[in-house]
Every structure is written in C-alpha cells, then in structure tokens.
Ligand binder design. Structure first.
Ligand SMILES: *[C@@H]1O[C@H](CO)[C@@H](O)[C@H](O)[C@H]1NC(C)=O
Ligand SMILES: *[C@@H]1O[C@H](CO)[C@@H](O)[C@H](O)[C@H]1NC(C)=O
Ligand SMILES: *[C@@H]1O[C@H](CO)[C@@H](O)[C@H](O)[C@H]1NC(C)=O
Ligand SMILES: *[C@@H]1O[C@H](CO)[C@@H](O)[C@H](O)[C@H]1NC(C)=O
Ligand SMILES: *[C@@H]1O[C@H](CO)[C@@H](O)[C@H](O)[C@H]1NC(C)=O
Ligand SMILES: *[C@@H]1O[C@H](CO)[C@@H](O)[C@H](O)[C@H]1NC(C)=O
Length: 505
C-alpha cells in the first residue's frame, strides 16, 4: 500500500524515471525457470477418446455457441510435435494440467490406464527434451459425475475426492514432476463459477446479466473458497507426509492477481484499494500464509464467511510451499461503500467488496495495455505483506485477434516489459522463481473461445492438420532465452498515470 501511494505522489510531483539497465536472461538467477503454459481442456481435445468422461467444462462450453474444447489443439495426439517445438523454442519449463476425468473417469476409484499412459508419455517426452514439467491438478474441469452426485466444490465431499485424485498424480508422476499447483487461479474460479456464473459450472443468483439455473451468489463463492482451501491443504499435507522426502517437490496454491491501484488520491479510494486487496488476494492467501481470513472480510460478510476450526487453521496455515500468481493487467479501484443493507438476493462478491474496478487507458475486459509497473507493484506487495513467499508466475500474456498476424509486435512489447518489471521486483528482494507465459500455442480460451488467442505459436484451427506456425513472439522468446536478445531499458520505465480509465468491469 505504501509503495503504491508513493507511486501516486511521485507522479503528481514529477515524472520520475527509474534508473534501469538493459537486461538479458543472464540477469535472472540460473535456476530461475522460464516457460509457457496450457491446460488440459484447452489443449488436449480428444474429449471422448480412450475412456475420458465429460467434465463440467465440457458441459458448460456446450451450453452456448462460443466454441468448445472437443478438438482444441489436439494436443492429446500431437504432444510429441508440441514438445519438440517447445524444446526448439528453448522453453525451460512447461506448465500443463491433468484432466481428472481422463485419469479417473468416475471421479474416484478406478484409474484409466490409457489416461495414465498419456500423462506418463507426455512427462517422459518433456524430460527427454530437457523441459521441466509444472503440473496443475485442477484447471476448471471437475468430472461431471461428481458435480451431478453432490454439487462439486460447494460440498465438503470434494476434499476427500480431490485429495485422492492428487494422491494418484503424486504417486504416478511424482518421480518426474517437482512442481505442483493444486488449483488454478482459485479466487477467480470461486468468483466466476459461484458468484458471477461465467465460468463452469456456472452457478449464480440470477441477475440482470446472467440467468443461472442454480446457485446462490451470496453464499456459494465463500463456501467454494473454503472447500478449495481445505482441499488444497489436504493434498499438500498428503504430499508432505507420503511423498516429499522421496520426491523432493513442492506444492502451491495459485490465485489470479490483478494489479490494484487507487483511482484517485482520496482517502476513500485508498481504503477501498486495501479492501480490494483483502478480497482479491487476502481471501485465500491470508489463510494459507497466516491461518485465517482477513478481518475486513469477516466484518463485511458475517455468517456468510465460513469459520475455520482450530484443526482447519492448523491444516491450511503454511500449506503452500510457493504462491502461484496469474497476472495479466492492473485496474483502478474506486470506492463504493460495501452496503450491509444490500438484499440477500443481490449480494455477490463485487457488491460485498464494495468497489468499482476501472480499466486503465485503452484496456477492457478482453484486451489490455502493457502496465508493467502494476505487475511490479503486485510482487512488491506480496513480498511485503506475505513474508516474501516463493512465487511462480503461472500465467502472463496478451490476447490478440486470432487471425490477425504472425507479426505480434504488441505481444513482444508486452512480454518484455513484464519480464523487465519482474526483474525489478527480484532485484528488490522478491523471491520470484519462475515465469510461465500464457500460452505456448493458441488454445480454446475460457471466455473468448477461438476469437482471441495468446499463443507464441499460431494454430490454424480451420486446417484439418491444425498446423502450428511460430509468431514473432516465439522467436523473440527464443532469442531472450538463449541470451542473444538484450531488452532495452525503456520497456520498464513507464509510470502510472492518474488519467481516468475508459471503461468499467
Ligand atoms: C433470463 O430469462 C428470462 C426468462 O426467460 C428472460 O426474460 C431474460 O431476458 C433472461 N435474462 C438474460 C440476461 O438472459
Ligand atoms: C442464499 O442463501 C441465503 C442464506 O441461506 C438466503 O438468505 C438467500 O435467500 C439465498 N439467496 C437466494 C437467491 O437463493
Ligand atoms: C490507446 O489507443 C490509442 C489509439 O489507438 C493509442 O494511440 C495509444 O497509444 C493507446 N494507449 C496506450 C497506453 O496503449
Ligand atoms: C524495495 O523494497 C523495500 C523493502 O521492502 C521497500 O521499502 C521499497 O519500497 C521497495 N522499492 C520499490 C521500488 O518497490
Ligand atoms: C488455414 O488452413 C486452411 C485449410 O487448410 C487454409 O485454407 C488457410 O489458408 C489457412 N490459413 C492460414 C492463415 O494459414
Ligand atoms: C537464439 O535465438 C534466435 C531466435 O530468436 C536464433 O536466431 C539464434 O540462432 C539463436 N542463437 C543461439 C546461439 O542459439
């Protein structure tokens, strides 16, 4: 908080340019990992092959006409080709997720031998090419059978089922996988899936924007958040008891972290920004680092926020060996008092938080300017407020129209400025240990289908062979990783402006 208000004050007085030098890959620690990411449903395709059953994401994507992951990049069949291009690109690591319903089609019990073989082969292929695997266990794709049986993440039964799934993954893949993320962007998952209804399984209280067939936005996001924390912590505990001494890996939880800066210099916006940090970051990070929810959330939510028993606090506190951070952009925060008088039927995450989020510059929900100082601010804030935890950046990237061009210059500018911002934070003490660009290749996207894409490689989705072609960003990344590209210093010297943003979330 101090850092950010300091930023604002500086801007008011004079535009300060940070003294920063050109940098290369070699300015990062040698064991720092640079990679890129995908997730199972977005990359694999082959949704009904070799014993896989549907997940809630299959069901959700088939409920509208924005496309689906039935074929996606056909990574299930093309994984060798894709690992080869990752190796050629010089990627040091690859983040992917395991499809629960491919590995364990009934959600619990019997392992599917063909699913098991696919992930073993993929991991072996990565290792043979010197690419370090980083595995996410849960990336929006609960087996539909578990959703149907008991409602998935809003029921405590998920804790046992998730832990059993994690157990299979640790046991079967843990000799070759040292980095595990339990749940992908857990805060946005709980908000999008249980408060706003725009992510699978699409629960919400019906509002002016969405008709949800089921849900309760006033209570379910917090219930899901609680079960997410307990499921993560239970899997992490299992790893420590049963596998860690032998496999020597680490297990972390990940959250989506917008940069959050006050819209004006007013005291109200400053307090609102702190409240937004409590709701966005603190909700799940305070429990895993300090053992309980933020006081401000307890005060505002009352009985809607579950309470940790002593035993649960013990389980959750310290359960994350690292924090996985998913960061794309920064937003202004303006105060709207959280209204305790809001009718229960209108209560949801954003009215509870009581802030307006305002995009900066030309940014909008589906596109954003490069705001590297906002990223540096997030890393600085986590360092100062959460005891400088080890951090992996699990996603960072820029969406562009899918077919526009292989000359994705804005993406190159974005990525170099964000890597520069990350280096600034590391030089100032942040324990950030890895960076995964989103995404390795164009994918089926969660919100945009095939309209927008983030890939270093272009995929021609109209071509039956789904031909992959490198974009400018792929060769930029290759050059950066092989140490032949120096990033110019001006990329990281932008400063925040106090000009009002253009559109609201
Ligand atoms: C929700 O459903 C009702 C009744 O079918 C309809 O009138 C309304 O337009 C729908 N709202 C949205 C946002 O789709
Ligand atoms: C949501 O649950 C709360 C608490 O049980 C209840 O008061 C409220 O009416 C429910 N809201 C809806 C829209 O069902
Ligand atoms: C916003 O868009 C305008 C017009 O396309 C462009 O000139 C300007 O540089 C953009 N601003 C930022 C911060 O990218
Ligand atoms: C660098 O870290 C120190 C100590 O945490 C902090 O006081 C300072 O504000 C940080 N500098 C920047 C530019 O973030
Ligand atoms: C994509 O593939 C289709 C079918 O093979 C082809 O007609 C088209 O030219 C390709 N598009 C691009 C941009 O390569
Ligand atoms: C480094 O990467 C670039 C691609 O950007 C490539 O042209 C060059 O040959 C590579 N150099 C080495 C030494 O690998």
């Amino acid at each position: 908080m101090k850092v950010l208000s300091l930023f604002c004050i500086c801007v008011v007085i004079v535009l300060v340019t940070r003294d920063s030098n050109a940098f290369t890959r070699n300015d990062f620690p040698e064991d720092f990992l640079f990679g890129a990411a995908t997730s199972a449903y977005q990359w694999e395709g082959a949704v009904d092959e070799d014993g896989r059953t549907p997940s809630v994401w299959d069901t959700f994507s088939h409920s509208d006409n924005k496309g689906n992951g039935d074929i996606a990049c056909d990574g299930y069949h093309k994984y060798k080709e894709d690992v080869k291009l990752m190796a050629e690109m010089g990627l040091e690591a690859f983040r992917f997720s395991i499809s629960w319903s491919r590995l364990i089609p009934n959600g619990r019990g019997q392992i599917n031998p063909k699913g098991l073989l696919f992930y073993k082969n993929l991991i072996k292929e990565l290792r043979n090419h010197g690419v370090e695997p980083h595995v996410t266990l849960y990336h929006y794709d609960l087996p539909q059978v578990l959703e149907d049986e008991y409602g998935g993440w809003i029921d405590r039964k998920i804790i046992e089922d998730f832990t059993a799934f994690a157990d299979v993954c640790f046991r079967e893949f843990g000799d070759d996988v040292k980095l595990w993320t339990t749940i992908n962007e857990a805060n946005i998952f709980a908000i999008g899936a249980y408060s706003e209804g725009f992510l699978p399984p699409g629960h919400c209280s019906t509002n002016e924007f969405v008709n949800c067939s089921t849900g309760n936005s006033s209570t379910e996001p917090y219930l899901a958040g609680h079960n997410i924390l307990l499921a993560h912590a239970s899997a992490s505990k299992l790893y420590r008891l049963k596998y860690k001494s032998k496999q020597r890996g680490s297990v972390g939880l990940s959250i989506y972290a917008y940069g959050l800066v006050p819209y004006t210099e007013s005291k109200e916006d400053e307090i609102a920004t702190q409240r937004a940090k409590d709701f966005f970051y603190g909700w799940l990070l305070k429990p895993v680092v300090f053992g309980d929810y933020p006081d401000e959330m307890k005060r505002i939510l009352g009985t809607r926020l579950p309470v940790f028993s002593e035993e649960e606090t013990e389980l959750v506190k310290g359960s994350s060996d690292f924090l996985g951070i998913i960061h794309y952009t920064t937003v202004y925060i303006a105060n709207i008092a959280p209204a305790p008088s809001v009718l229960p039927s209108k209560q949801e995450f954003f009215t509870d938080m009581g802030v307006d989020t305002i995009f900066i510059g030309n940014s909008s929900f589906f596109k954003w300017d490069a705001i590297p100082w906002g990223f540096e601010g997030v890393l600085e804030y986590l360092k100062q407020s959460y005891n400088n935890p080890p951090i992996y950046i699990l996603e960072n990237g820029l969406p562009l129209e899918h077919d526009s061009t292989l000359q994705d210059t804005p993406r190159v500018e974005y990525i170099q400025s964000y890597i520069g911002a990350m280096l600034n934070a590391i030089k100032n003490g942040s324990d950030t240990r890895g960076y995964f660009f989103w995404s390795v290749i164009d994918l089926y996207e969660l919100l945009a289908g095939y309209k927008l894409s983030y890939g270093l490689y272009y995929v021609n989705f109209s071509d039956p062979g789904l031909k992959r072609s490198p974009k400018l960003s792929a060769s930029w990344y290759t050059g950066f990783l092989n140490g032949t590209i120096d990033v110019a210093p001006q990329a990281t010297t932008q400063q925040p402006s106090l000009f009002p943003g253009s559109s609201s979330l």
